[in-house]
Structure formats: C-alpha cells, structure tokens
Design a protein around this ligand. Sequence first.
Ligand SMILES: O=C(CO)COP(=O)(O)O
Ligand SMILES: O=C[C@H](O)COP(=O)(O)O
Ligand SMILES: [Zn+2]
Ligand SMILES: [Zn+2]
Length: 360
Amino acid sequence: MSKGALSIVPAGVITGDDVRKLFEYAKENKFAIPAINVTSSSVVNSCLEAARDINSPIILQVSQGGAAFFAGKGLANGKQEASIAGAVAAGHFIRSVAKSYGIPVVLHSDHCAKKLLPWFDGMLEADEAYFKEHGEPLFSSHMLDLSEESKEDNIKECEHYFARMAKMNQWLEMEIGITGGEEDGVDNTGVDNNSLYTQPEDIWDVYSALSKISPNFSIAAGFGNVHGVYKPGNVRLRPELLGKHQEYTAKQISKDGSKPLFLVFHGGSGSTKEEIATAVTNGVVKMNVDTDTQWAYLTGVRDFVLNKKDYIMSQVGNPEGADKPNKKYYDPRVWVREGEKTLVERVKEACRDLGNDNRN
Ligand SMILES: O=C(CO)COP(=O)(O)O
Ligand SMILES: O=C[C@H](O)COP(=O)(O)O
Ligand SMILES: [Zn+2]
Ligand SMILES: [Zn+2]
C-alpha cells in the first residue's frame, strides 16, 4: 500500500530531514506544495483549515513586511526589530496551533535581500535558541535572496549562512535570477528581461557549492516569474526551462535522467493551470502564492460589507427596525470570517492546481 505525505512525516511544524522527505516525496510523486504568505493569525488559520480540509501539507511563510505586520504596524522597525519579533511570534503561534489541524506544516520566511540581513540574523538567533532547548530550529526553513548581487557574492553569502543553518539541519531556499515585479522594499519592475531567466550553468554553480554543505536546499530559479498579477500577456513564463536545469545538473553529477534539484516557483499568482503543471513536472516542489490569496481574503469581506451595508451604518437600527442592534454584523468574528472563507477556497484551489490534495 502506498503511503501518502501525511503518513511519512508528522503533523505540526516539521523540520530537518522531515522537510527533505516531504519535498522528495513531492518530487517523486509529481506534486508541489503551495507556500502562502501569512500576515496574521486569521490568515494562518485559514491556510491550515484549507490544508486540513483537503488532507494535504502546507507551507506558511512570512515576508519581512508581513512579519512586521504580524507584530504590529505601530512598532518601530528601523533595525528590523518588528520584523524579527513578528517572525518569531508567527513561528510560535503557528507551532502552537498547527498540530491541532493534523497536517504537516513547513514554517518558512520569504525573500531576504542584502539590506534586510539583520532580519535574517535575528531569525537565526531565535532558531538557535529554540534549537538549544528543543533540538530543532523554530523555523523549518528560510529564504536568502541575494539575486541582486553578483553570482559569486550570492553563492558565497549563501554558503556562509547555510553552514550555520546546517548545524540545525535547517532548509535553505536561495534565489538566482531575479523575480520581477515588487518584493519587500526591492523594486524589480524595471529589471532587464534576460535576468528573469536563469541559466543552467548558474544553477549548477549553486548546486555544486551548496551540496557540499547539506542536501537540504532549494533553488528559486527565474523562468520569467513576476510578483503580482498583471493583464494577460505581460508575463512570459517558461517553466519548460526548469527541465533543462535538471538535465544539466544531472549530467554534471553523472545521474542522467534524474531530477537532482528542488525548485521553487515564485510569483505563483495569475499563472495558468498549464504553466503550473509544467513547472511541477520539472521538479518544482514549492509554489509561492501571495497576491491571489490577498485578493481572495478581500473578496469575502468586500461582499459582506456591500451586502450588509444597511446593517453596518450604525450600532443600532437596520432595515428590520430602528431599534435593532447590529452587533451580529460588526463583530469581527463575523466579517473577518467571511474573508477567511473565501481565502480557504483560494488556498484549496492552489493546492489542487499543484496536485497537493488527498495526500493521506
Ligand atoms: O513569490 C511570491 C512570494 O515570494 C508570491 O508571488 P505572487 O504575489 O505573485 O503570488
Ligand atoms: O515577495 C513577494 C511576497 O509577495 C511578499 O510580499 P510583501 O513584501 O508585500 O509582503
Ligand atoms: Zn528576488
Ligand atoms: Zn517571491
């Protein structure tokens, strides 16, 4: 009897070899796991609910800005203190509820450019403290995004951090080739089109350097990816290029026909089902979705507010009577929940697009 993803790794936040086992299983069985950007406990719970409902693992990630939001926009963040506190808070919150949903969860942090390294350092300190106490890091994995730097500097800095992370058996995601559009304080809307498509030789340079440290890493290679959703035709995704990267690296390590790389698909929002399927066939194990889930969260709230407009203009008095209280409409557990419901459905859709359903 074949064993599904839910039986090969435990429920709750997974770390170390369990993360690799899950990604290996996904690659072998040609599915990928969506990574949703979370900014609050409400967004976290919705993602966990969706994954639980379709019996599949999920990846939850905080961006630098999302982490600061998690801690509170009222906090100063000049030295990344709010982003560090928020990431740690999100990590602890997710750890304390994830098990109750009965599914494996990969706890991850998103793009970290050079100027944001103090955020990375703060998260690693929290991981190391957690490791001392529990024998595993707080986060399953982190992303380092030094794709704006020279290839040499990018790889060198990744090696440096990865050696430190490997002591905790922690997973590293790195980026080579640039994701277009916008990400945390970095505006890549004007980058040269060629930098959006990573070359196989560059991937091999990354693979050969990092594989000497640990097998627990993935590569976000550019295949035309752009953050955000634009009018059709603006983005030219070429997920078939990822197959070439697998072939090239496989040849270098004399394992022709194998798929040695764990690849990450950034800018998942707005992609077609075909683009997603091609990416997964070529060894993508993680696809990031943010813009489409932001949109989905809004739609439920928007429709509620528009439909119940006459019930939310005053605390007392609605079309049913001038003395009727409206508490049942303005309680955030009512209107925020409507956003959660539409978000749950969008997360389920991302899971299905990637073949990440009924994995028990
Ligand atoms: O890549 C992403 C986060 O790193 C998400 O991209 P989208 O917002 O385009 O889905
Ligand atoms: O990098 C892309 C993610 O969508 C993060 O977005 P954000 O920086 O707006 O939180
Ligand atoms: Zn980037
Ligand atoms: Zn991204």
